[in-house]
Ligand binder design. Structure first.
Ligand code: ZN
Length: 256
């Protein structure tokens, strides 16, 4: 299985333990995702320690939008790639969250747009977070250059409605579901998950957050991505093996 979105912020020992659990659970590929200076460093360290199974995404998320100008953050990414030789599989996570920080939306939009331009320049896919910001997300995606013929990327931890999912699929994106899709009150989201085209479906943990049922309340880890896959298999009336196969294939197309 391919966990397309996990964070590594803990000690090297903790990362080793989590990655061992993942391998034992049949999770053979993981994208370690950044988003802040600390998350980028953790993701880079995890990928450096296990290049056979872990790829890295670096970027700056909505929480960094007011800490520095977009040019400064993009320069930071340039330095990681050019000076430190980091080879990212994607830029992420980036995007908008108006649930927690509506007041910084202008800065969030500027940082998001700047990193989409960088992704186009580098020919990399993006890992996008979007919450209660559907219209601005679509507008900024439509204004992005997208000159390259690379996979656009993924909307991670999707929690939107079916029309939003359709709009994103129409723009070339894959839709990734996290443990949220397993939650008891998530019937509407499960209904959306049933409608995503098979070649655009992805799974993730967003660990260490959002542990899926039946692990809710525990610290999440990539090994638990199978519960997300099983939930998708149930709502799409197919087998776990079929979900594993299509989500792994889709993730390899996007992240290599
Ligand atoms: Zn995340």
């Amino acid at each position: 299985m391919f966990d397309t979105h996990a964070h590594f912020e803990g000690s090297p020992l903790e990362t080793e333990t989590v990655l061992r659990h993942a391998a034992e659970a049949g999770v053979t590929a993981i994208v370690a995702v950044g988003g802040s200076p600390a998350l980028n460093a953790g993701a880079i360290a995890a990928a450096a320690a296990h290049p056979e199974s872990v790829r890295v995404a670096i970027g700056f998320d909505r929480d960094q939008a007011t800490a520095a100008d977009p040019e400064v953050w993009c320069e930071t990414l340039w330095m990681l790639v050019r000076d430190q030789g980091i080879k990212p599989a994607a830029i992420g996570e980036i995007g908008l969250d108006y649930h927690y920080a509506r007041e910084t939306r202008h800065e969030q939009c500027a940082l998001f747009a700047a990193q989409l331009r960088l992704a186009d320049e580098w020919g990399l896919p993006v890992s996008i977070h979007t919450r209660e910001a559907d219209d601005d997300t679509l507008r900024i995606l439509d204004e992005a250059p997208w000159r390259q013929d690379h996979p656009r990327g993924v909307i991670h931890c999707f929690t939107g409605d079916a029309p939003f999912a359709q709009a994103l699929v129409a723009r070339g994106f894959a839709i990734s579901f996290s443990g949220i899709v397993t939650f008891r009150n998530a019937d509407p989201l499960r209904a959306v998950a049933a409608t995503i085209p098979e070649d655009r479906l992805l799974i993730e943990t967003d660990s260490p957050f959002l542990a899926p049922v039946p692990k809710r309340g525990e610290r999440n880890e990539p090994a638990y991505v199978r519960y997300v896959a099983q939930c998708l298999a149930d709502v799409r009336k197919t087998s776990l093996a079929a979900i594993d196969a299509c989500t792994t294939r889709n993730a390899q197309m996007i992240f290599g």
